[in-house]
Design a protein around this ligand. Structure first.
Ligand SMILES: Cc1cc2nc3c(=O)[nH]c(=O)nc-3n(C[C@H](O)[C@H](O)[C@H](O)COP(=O)(O)OP(=O)(O)OC[C@H]3O[C@@H](n4cnc5c(N)ncnc54)[C@H](O)[C@@H]3O)c2cc1C
Length: 458
């Protein structure tokens, strides 16, 4: 029998559906705001000091004092080579890759580093994403860059521990055939299809409802908040300027070319502007009259109390057009996400980070269906975050002909951790005029299925 350590046997593991989302959150950690859910951005000063508190949690000390000043007292540079909009894993990766090539870069983040999806995700990494669309080499390159970055910048707990993807059903039911295996085989990723019994041999805790599984050895996990701060620190070490609490109000474009940005009322000229604003990428592009079909979706994460080590790899299971996924962190907590398809968000509430008890309940019920031993484990916190999806599921990485000088690094469609490193490298190669290490074809903003178009200036 599996015994799960509990702080109290009287509280049920289930999320009480009658409570408001803010009541559910009993702890706060990196990537979350303390207290109840906020629906509007805080003042610049609050943002800056809270960012500093979060930075202390991961031992990160900003090397450039200027970056942490109040927006009210700050003067931005009149011109730089590259402006990066967005202080998540993508923006900081781009800034690091540019700065280490000696390119002058300023990054503007409206809240604080890792405030967006990068500080609110499930921490899972890997090649597995939109198989069959020509992106495996790009995702593999990102995994290599994780290792290079840990050597150059310091660790962020990257662990290629593998992932077991489950099919759940009733015993005796035939699993849905896996259409993605041929491409995985072509790249010798080492994926294996397992029967339910074979999966249970690897993890005896699995329930009889697991009818098949795919073992994915290229998958893994990392600590996202720390990754963002490692990239940021690496960038500032090479001279990049990073501004928190700095909102890019609009792109400035003329004659089909982006010429800079307006940040908190100040014009900053640039040869290149990188849109790394994730869920906000569409509204930002609107300001230059570019229709960028990045659809915002909200995801939710729920975290349990610490329990004894059970899971040596990450896990997930297939659901139609979505997935649920979980991992056990080094300190024993389960970090669980999923049910995204149920959980869309509109352009008018991109800051919404609330949680919905019905969605968390559904996600947890899937976890317990696979791992019944977790039935009574307690939930200690939950949060939401927004991310951008594209029509064909591949991101936009590169310059669009519709607005010269505008580099896109967005639309990561729910799995941006393993896109950010290669996006940073490719954009830096474009700016530096270096040969590209990989083809942009499947991810180019102007690909036919990308559906970019001219529009009205917002
Ligand atoms: C609940 C959840 C779970 C997830 N789980 C995983 C996972 O396990 N693995 C995985 O790979 N991916 C996961 N993702 C997706 C992943 O988090 C994102 O793809 C990734 O973090 C995108 O990084 P980013 O830097 O592009 O965007 P973000 O981290 O969202 O950064 C964009 C930043 O731009 C800033 N910004 C926007 N507009 C402006 C402006 N006008 N001026 C200045 N700043 C601006 C925002 O404040 C934000 O901080 C998950 C996402 C969520 C929400």
């Amino acid at each position: 029998m599996v015994i799960i350590r509990r702080r109290s046997s009287s509280r049920p593991a289930r999320i009480p559906t009658s409570r408001k989302p803010s009541d559910i959150i009993t702890h706060c950690g990196p990537g979350e705001m303390p207290g109840p859910h906020r629906s509007r951005p805080s003042s610049p000063l609050t943002r800056v000091s809270f960012a500093a508190t979060l930075a202390n949690l991961v031992g990160y000390r900003p090397s450039e004092g200027e970056a942490w000043m109040s927006a009210a007292t700050r003067e931005y540079p009149a011109s730089v080579s590259v402006v990066v909009v967005g202080g998540g894993v993508t923006g900081t990766s781009v800034a690091w890759q540019l700065a280490r090539r000696g390119i002058d870069v300023a990054l503007f983040e409206q809240e604080h580093l890792a405030w967006g999806a990068s500080g609110r995700n499930g921490g899972q990494t890997g090649v597995e994403a939109n198989y069959g669309s020509g992106i495996i080499p790009h995702r593999l390159r990102s995994l290599e860059i994780f290792r290079e970055a840990e050597r150059e910048l310091g660790e962020f707990e990257y662990d290629q521990c593998g992932r077991l993807r489950l099919w759940l059903g009733e015993p005796g039911e035939h699993p849905i055939p896996d259409p993605t295996r041929p491409e995985a085989d072509e790249y010798a990723l080492g994926d294996e299809i397992l029967t339910g019994d074979e999966a249970r041999e690897r993890l005896p805790l699995l329930s009889e409802r697991v009818i098949a599984a795919r073992w994915v050895p290229t998958s893994g996990r990392l600590w996202p908040f720390k990754l963002v701060h490692r990239f940021a620190e690496g960038a500032t070490r090479h001279g990049a300027r990073i501004y928190n609490g700095a909102t890019v109000e609009r792109l400035v474009a003329a004659d089909g070319r982006v010429q800079g940005v307006v940040v908190d009322g100040q014009m900053v000229r640039a040869q290149w502007v990188v849109n790394a604003a994730n869920a906000w990428a569409g509204p930002l592009a609107d300001t230059a009259g570019l229709k960028l079909p990045v659809m915002p979706w909200r995801g939710q994460i729920v975290v349990t109390e610490s329990v004894r080590p059970m899971l040596p790899f990450t896990m997930g299971h297939f659901v139609h057009r979505s997935s649920n996924y979980w991992q056990q962190t080094r300190d024993g907590k389960f970090v669980i996400g999923g049910s995204r398809v149920l959980d869309t968000v509109g352009r008018d509430n991109l800051h919404d980070r609330s949680v919905s008890p019905d969605i968390l309940q559904k996600t947890l019920s899937m976890l317990v269906a696979a791992l019944p031993a977790l039935r009574d484990v307690r939930i200690v916190r939950a949060w939401g975050g927004t991310m951008g999806f594209t029509p064909d599921g591949n991101p936009y990485i590169g310059e669009t002909e519709l607005r010269r000088g505008l580099l896109l690094a967005c639309g990561f469609s729910g799995s941006g951790l393993s896109w950010a490193p290669v996006a940073g490298e490719l954009l830096a190669q474009i700016v530096a005029g270096e040969p590209l290490s990989l083809s942009l074809d499947p991810i180019h903003p102007d690909r036919e299925t990308g559906q970019l178009a001219d529009g009205e200036v917002a």
